[in-house]
Design a protein around this ligand. Structure first.
Ligand SMILES: *[C@@H]1O[C@H](CO)[C@@H](O)[C@H](O)[C@H]1NC(C)=O
Ligand SMILES: *[C@@H]1O[C@H](CO)[C@@H](O)[C@H](O)[C@H]1NC(C)=O
Ligand SMILES: *[C@@H]1O[C@H](CO)[C@@H](O)[C@H](O)[C@H]1NC(C)=O
Ligand SMILES: *[C@@H]1O[C@H](CO)[C@@H](O)[C@H](O)[C@H]1NC(C)=O
Length: 377
């Protein structure tokens, strides 16, 4: 009995010795892994991001085209032609539409869009934080495919101004995101209650139509803190409603904030990532500057029609080589990977007629029109 106990003790001490060694090895591994992870994180924040994400992915990188639409993709016939001239292994498509809306033969003129709607889409109110939540859902879905290395956000009235391969090369050679971002000096959209999570000096404004590299897309999807500050304090001021009586006085004093014109640029500024940006958008908008007292909207985008989307106008847009930012006295010369390029790859807002004109003028390359015949345009 005693011997057995001794033996058992002996066995158990041998076991604990083995366990100790195993444990030590385990601890050593954990330390090595944590150090490596910290090192990677550290170098992530200082080096251009893409190399790191691409190191894990071997294969042709894709551009994810992310469409934020109300129901169908109205200019799908033009995009279909654009993708037709592309390379299926070089792009992917995601559409955020109304919940339950399905893209198929009956709702889309281009097979590229069939079934590309998100299954978890939400009801979007234009100018509200649901808009940035929809952007985050699109990015999140697209991040699931490691082949997606660039992320282009597009509206339902956006058109391409070049053929696929031109767009692909322009975006892919750039190690930076394209994010319109500038100081928002005069307008009262910043709410001091956002501080300290968003200090005033990090508050930015810019077009919501951004093109992102993978790790900037990750920053946006991983963010919960700044998004919740936006949800709480960045709200559109409702129009005056007589039925609300005196409440209007209070409502009109509210900060009038449009989340999608601030969120991405402010978030990336807070993360110290502005050095990894081309601080401009690749999506052209023509602004109508005539302000009337009655519509209190200020500037608003002009919609292109068949008549004013002719070759002269399109060439004018394509010839733009720099953008001037008044609030910063900054002239942004347009570059992609340090090479001078035209500023704009896409444009909005295009009516169906204007998009038809681009198609027939072969702005996006030669199209086999027979492929489009029989469709109800
Ligand atoms: C695409 O467009 C670019 C610039 O307009 C042009 O140089 C190139 O030849 C076009 N490529 C194809 C495949 O049409
Ligand atoms: C597709 O991607 C490959 C690899 O990046 C590239 O060489 C090729 O030119 C791309 N094709 C088009 C049509 O852009
Ligand atoms: C970017 O430009 C540098 C310097 O001209 C060049 O070496 C590099 O290959 C370019 N990157 C890409 C992805 O084309
Ligand atoms: C610009 O806006 C004014 C006032 O809203 C409008 O009357 C005019 O038609 C607009 N111009 C264009 C080109 O859309």
């Amino acid at each position: 009995m005693a011997a057995r106990i001794v033996k058992r003790r002996h066995v158990s001490s041998r076991l604990s010795c083995k366990l100790f060694i195993l444990f030590s090895v385990f601890v050593f591994c954990v330390v090595v892994l944590v150090t490596a992870a910290l090192f990677t994180l550290h170098s992530n924040s200082t080096k251009p991001s893409i190399r790191v994400s691409q190191a894990f992915y071997h294969g042709p990188p894709k551009i994810a085209f992310l469409f934020l639409v109300r129901r169908n993709v109205p200019l799908d016939f033009l995009w279909g032609a654009f993708f037709q001239n592309g390379d299926v292994s070089n792009f992917s498509i995601y559409v955020h539409s109304a919940p339950g809306f399905v893209l198929d033969e009956s709702t889309s003129r281009s097979h590229f869009f069939y079934g590309r709607q998100l299954s978890n889409s939400i009801q979007v109110l234009w100018g509200e934080s649901s808009m940035i939540q929809a952007e985050r859902l699109l990015l999140s879905a697209a991040l699931e495919d490691p082949a997606n290395q660039r992320f282009v956000l597009l509206s339902d009235s956006c058109v391409p101004l070049y053929n696929f391969s031109y767009v692909y090369n322009y975006i892919m050679v750039s190690p930076r995101s394209f994010v319109d971002s500038f100081l928002d000096a005069k307008e009262g959209r910043y709410n001091p209650k956002m501080s300290p999570k968003i200090p005033r000096e990090k508050w930015r404004k810019g077009s919501q139509w951004v093109t992102l590299v993978r790790n900037h897309a990750e920053v946006i999807v991983d963010d919960e803190v700044i998004f919740s500050v936006f949800k709480r304090y960045c709200k559109r001021r409702p129009p005056i409603d007589i039925r609300k009586g005196k409440l209007n006085l209070k409502l009109q004093k509210q900060h009038n904030c449009i989340p999608d014109e601030h969120y991405v640029q402010t978030l990336l500024a807070l993360h110290g990532l502005e050095g990894e940006l081309e601080r401009r958008t690749v999506t052209y908008t023509l602004w109508n500057q005539s302000t009337t007292k009655t519509d209190n909207k200020g500037w608003h985008p002009i919609t292109f029609s068949y008549a004013n989307a002719g070759p002269r106008k399109i060439k004018e847009i394509k010839d733009i080589s720099h953008v001037y930012y008044e609030t910063e006295y900054r002239t942004e010369w347009c570059h992609s990977n340090s090479t001078s390029v035209p500023c704009f790859l896409f444009a909005r807002k295009f009516s169906r007629g204007a998009a038809m004109r681009l198609l027939s003028d072969e702005v996006i390359g030669h199209i086999e029109l027979s492929a489009l015949l029989g469709n109800d345009l």
